[in-house]
Design a protein around this ligand. Structure first.
Ligand code: BYC
Length: 316
């Protein structure tokens, strides 16, 4: 008598199982069947996210040798190292989807994958490090806390740890700015200038407006994204205005005003032409960021080769 053959589920059954998992708000795990578009969409977003963490080390990294005290240097060093760690968690999450880390890096340096627009602006003064912590990490928290409930298990779990560290980043930035605001007129002017330069790019971090966001509808239907770009941007504005008041800085938007009926802040028009320029490679620092990333990949290739040879020797 021949052994009974296992009945393989059909594509329709697998799809139904996937849909039921999403509908029940349970997580999809690496070994589960998933539609190819779900996998590709996740690789796109997670890779873009990982690249942002790694490229995002550069603007603040530029100040590591110029930090004004040993304490500030230690804090900044810890923060920049954390960003490297975030990139590693995220590349690992992409690998669970079958992506190859080296291939993702190649796509980044060849301009085939994106990284966050925000890291294409220069850090002109030390106050920029404080403002990045406050606004850029603050925006990242707004965007990433809902991603802790993303439908893909490894991405959601990576976000939990990342968000804990981002809270420290935001606080260290705010504390640095508070200290500078208690300092001299020149320091206060430096903080205001940094806020003026980073406010609008921070709002762009949340992506294009909902009616011009090609990925949002599907991503939200799959529970990868939990809120729309505009909703998260609005939350960030609502959160930042009282923080700016407490700090004693003005946000560079004459149209910013509390809407008494909704309890939310109205704000001015974002320059989407600038955003499109920056994400197509034409921002103030795109070339510098990618050149440095490419050099790091090439200069350190020997480390990967040595580790690969060592692993091969031991497995033999
Ligand atoms: N910059 O359909 P949409 C950090 C692209 S690092 C560049 O709305 P989606 C930190 C978008 O990719 C954390 N590109 O897309 C590190 C798409 O192009 P593709 C950074 C952007 O995916 C160091 C196209 O525009 N956070 O915190 O539904 C120091 C249409 O957009 C941007 C993340 O990466 C942008 N700002 O929504 C300090 C968050 N916005 O891919 C701090 C994870 C949009 O079709 N990502 N694009 O060629 C997300 O949450 C979502 O991907 C986005 C965009 C909300 C960004």
């Amino acid at each position: 008598m021949s052994a009974p053959t296992a009945v393989r589920p059909t594509e329709d059954e697998l799809q139904a199982q996937f849909d039921a998992t999403i509908a029940a708000d349970r997580r999809i795990e690496p070994r589960d069947w998933m539609p190819e578009k779900y996998r590709a969409g996740l690789v796109r977003q997670i890779a873009q996210h990982a690249h942002s963490e790694i490229i995002g080390m550069q603007p603040e990294g530029d100040w590591l040798l110029k930090a004004p005290s040993l304490r500030r240097k230690a804090v900044l060093l810890a923060k920049v190292q954390d960003e490297a760690g975030h990139g590693m968690y995220l590349y690992s999450a992409a690998e669970t989807l079958g992506a190859d880390r080296a291939d993702l890096t190649d796509k980044l340096v060849n301009g085939k994958q994106k990284y966050s627009s925000i890291f294409n602006y220069p850090t002109l003064t030390y106050a920029d490090c404080g403002v990045i912590g406050w606004l850029v990490d603050g925006a990242a928290i707004c965007n990433q806390v809902p991603l802790c409930r993303s439908s893909y298990g490894p991405y959601a779990r990576a976000m939990i740890r990342v968000c804990k560290e981002e809270s420290f980043h935001q606080r260290q930035g705010y504390e640095l700015l508070m200290t500078m605001m208690r300092g001299t007129d020149a320091q206060r002017a430096m903080v205001q200038d940094a806020v003026d330069r980073w406010w609008w790019p921070s709002l762009m971090m949340f992506g294009p407006p909902d009616d011009d966001s090609p990925n949002s509808a599907q991503s939200m239907a799959w529970g990868v994204k939990r809120h729309s770009n505009d909703e998260l941007r609005q939350r960030f504005v609502d959160m930042s205005v009282p923080q700016a008041e407490a700090l004693g800085v003005t946000l560079p938007d004459p149209e910013l005003a509390l809407d008494e009926t909704t309890g939310r802040y109205r704000f001015g028009q974002i320059d989407w032409t600038e955003f499109k320029q920056v994400i197509s490679g034409n921002g103030p620092c795109n070339e510098e960021r990618i050149t440095r990333r490419r050099a790091a990949r090439d200069d350190n290739a020997w480390v990967t080769e040595a580790a690969t040879a060592y692993a091969a020797k031991h497995s033999a």
